[in-house]
Ligand binder design. Structure first.
Ligand code: ZN
Length: 276
């Protein structure tokens, strides 16, 4: 699944590659898939996208906003899979969930891996969508200060018996983070996934905050994680520190053996010696 750094990478590449292109035809998927969330019929999507011009893409949390001007925004979100640019004359993939062909013959296809939103809104209405309206600051925004972060942890309504992994992955508390990036944030901050938020010392809180910023920055700088691909079907160059490949191997920090547990709806990979 894409997380914030992968969406930032896709948005940047779309701005370099798709911006200004005119849509000849837009189509929803040819492969029915009940976990793809559409808000338009095939006919509506085709007529509303025809002749539109691709604007400036933006990423926020696990969402990507692609203006189709004038007047519309294509919203992609909570998805993984393949968002691919194809040069003119390329072969159309057998299966796709969204297809935009441009006047110059190049095209974009989107195929989700598990689920995801592919919705077309009148400009502005996308901001009222569930999960977007009222979205909290993400780690790449200036509002994500240490004071803000500290309040987020201490707010008694949210802090009730929540663990560090819960803070990183549940309820969109920190939008854009997911299970994959959370593993490396926890390792960098030397915290066990089950460490209770209310037990964090001031130093641990500061360490966790810094680990979030540093990890997100590094993954963005590397164009995403190595296990996801970009607009040109190239894997990112960020090699995860703690993932399935690390299990049973020595911890890069202390030499202890990396372990795996299932916790809060996903696998956790951690060093039991240095993550407490
Ligand atoms: Zn260790």
């Amino acid at each position: 699944m894409f997380e914030l750094p992968e969406f930032v990478t896709l948005a940047k590449q779309m701005n370099q590659t798709l911006k200004g292109k005119i849509i000849r035809r837009g189509q929803l998927g040819n492969s029915p898939h009940k976990f793809v969330w559409y808000n338009r019929s095939h006919e509506e999507f085709e007529s509303l996208t025809r002749g539109k011009i691709v604007g400036d893409a933006q990423a926020k949390g696990k969402w990507l906003f692609l203006p189709l001007e004038p007047g519309y925004v294509l919203l992609l979100g909570e998805c993984g899979g393949k968002v691919l640019y194809h040069t003119p004359g390329s072969k159309l993939p057998d299966k796709y969930h969204l297809y935009l062909i441009f006047k110059d013959g190049s095209f974009l296809t989107i195929t989700t891996q598990m689920w995801g939103a592919m919705e077309l809104y009148e400009q502005g209405q996308e901001q009222d969508r569930e999960y977007i309206k009222g979205m909290r600051p993400t780690p790449i925004e200036t509002e994500f200060t240490y004071d803000y972060f500290s309040n987020l942890i201490e707010d008694p309504l949210k802090g009730k018996k929540r663990s560090v992994k819960g803070l990183l992955t549940q309820d969109q508390l920190i939008p854009g983070l997911g299970n994959a990036i959370a593993q490396d944030i926890l390792f960098r901050s030397r915290l066990h996934p089950k460490h209770t938020l209310s037990d964090l010392s001031e130093d641990q809180k500061r360490g966790l905050y810094q680990a979030i910023l540093d990890t997100v920055d590094q993954v963005i700088a590397h164009g995403g994680r190595y296990d996801e691909t970009d607009l040109f079907n190239q894997p990112g160059s960020y090699i995860r520190l703690m993932d399935k490949n690390a299990v049973g191997k020595p911890c890069p920090e202390c030499g202890g053996t990396v372990e795996k547990i299932q916790y809060l709806g996903g696998a956790c990979y951690f060093c039991p010696d240095c993550q407490v």
